[in-house]
Design a protein around this ligand. Structure first.
Ligand code: UT7
Length: 319
């Protein structure tokens, strides 16, 4: 037996308000047909004034804690991935900690945009296996609606808000997280970025993206990192039961699966309902597939994501 990080529970939370493609077409020059054909997106959730990254993260965390059957007080580590924190500081992780009533634990945010959840998972996994913590909340939570340019049809139709969370427990087992692989290449940070920040403009800024170029890199990087993580875990693609990818675009999911020779039936797709929720998309999709019974205990699951930076990464696990 080996000390590994096991997923004890999953949870997610979405804002109350939903926005269809048809509603967006009333705001910008677009159509439902264009959005569906180019992206697969049909719907997204948008945070209201009383909802925020930390409030959605807290709701998702509570569901993951309940699903795991543990007490909030058992959590000794919170790693929260977000590019849209409630405030520049303190970290949203500490806001979740306070909302959960946890007196003392390690809590911090991780920022790797859409790859944030994979980075957070990898960091939490390392801290559990090194004995720095025993039970972690790993959360991806975003409110990208706050940083969208609602006049820019090329980006505002692509994103949504939401949160997903896992409880990870350190256990002596042969299951759990088998391998993680992370990458970054900062030479591409002008292809997907926000044109503001506390140390430059002093404003929050708006998301800007050269979509076609991001798309081109995404398929290459994602298929490479999936192969890399499977090799590190000693697995073949034939042994994979489920791929839970970052939900950016249905065409990226199809192209990546094809490149790896994976059946599209094994790919969990939620982009149609949630759009791109950045760091929240992988745990949101994982929660969806666990709760609807597709992902079962013992299944081999691979997670992957790619985003601004560029950053990209993958994890292989036995659920
Ligand atoms: O999560 C981080 C990772 N992000 C991604 O993975 C995003 C990757 N990129 C993509 O998913 C795709 O590139 C997009 C969905 C963003 C765009 O699809 P595309 O097939 O690459 O389209 P395009 O940007 O090349 O634009 C094609 C045309 C353009 O018109 P012209 O120049 O051909 O006349 C755009 O102006 O589509 C136009 N267009 C739109 N038309 C209607 C762009 N946005 C829209 C829109 N509605 N919303």
């Amino acid at each position: 037996m080996t000390l590994r990080s096991v997923i004890s529970g999953v949870g997610s939370a979405l804002p109350r308000k939903q926005v269809s493609n048809a509603e967006l077409a009333e705001r910008v020059d677009t159509t439902d047909a264009w959005i569906v054909e180019r992206t697969g997106i049909r719907n997204r959730h948008i945070a209201g004034d009383d909802e925020s990254t930390a409030s959605l993260a807290t709701a998702a965390a509570l569901r993951a804690i309940e699903h795991a059957g543990v007490a909030a007080a058992d959590i000794d580590l919170i790693v929260l991935a977000t590019a849209t924190p409630d405030q520049t500081f303190p970290s949203s992780a500490t806001k979740v900690q306070a909302a959960l009533g946890i007196d003392d634990c390690i809590a911090f945010d991780v920022h790797a945009v859409c790859t944030g959840f994979l980075y957070a998972l990898s960091v939490a996994d390392s801290m559990l296996r090194s004995g720095n913590a025993k039970k972690a909340l790993v959360i991806g939570a975003e409110t990208f609606s706050r940083i969208l340019d609602w006049e820019d049809r090329a980006t505002c139709v692509l994103f949504g808000d939401g949160a997903g969370a896992l409880v990870l427990s350190a256990e002596e087992t042969e299951s759990g997280i088998l391998a993680t692989k992370l990458h970054a290449d900062g030479r591409h940070n002008d292809l997907l970025f926000v044109d503001g920040g506390p140390s430059t403009t002093g404003t929050v800024g708006k998301l800007r993206m050269k979509g076609r170029e991001v798309f081109r890199h995404a398929v290459v990087n994602l298929s490479a990192v999936l192969n890399e993580v499977l090799t590190a875990a000693g697995l073949t693609t034939a042994e994979v039961d489920w791929v839970v990818p970052h939900q950016a675009n249905a065409r990226i999911l199809d192209a990546t699966a094809r490149k790896l020779g994976l059946s599209p039936d094994k790919v969990v797709v939620t982009v149609d309902q949630h759009a791109n929720t950045s760091a929240a998309s992988v745990p949101l999709a994982l929660d969806t597939a666990v709760k609807d019974g597709r992902i079962k205990r013992g299944d081999v699951v691979v997670l992957e994501a790619m985003g601004g930076g560029f950053t990209w990464g993958a994890a292989a696990l036995r659920y």
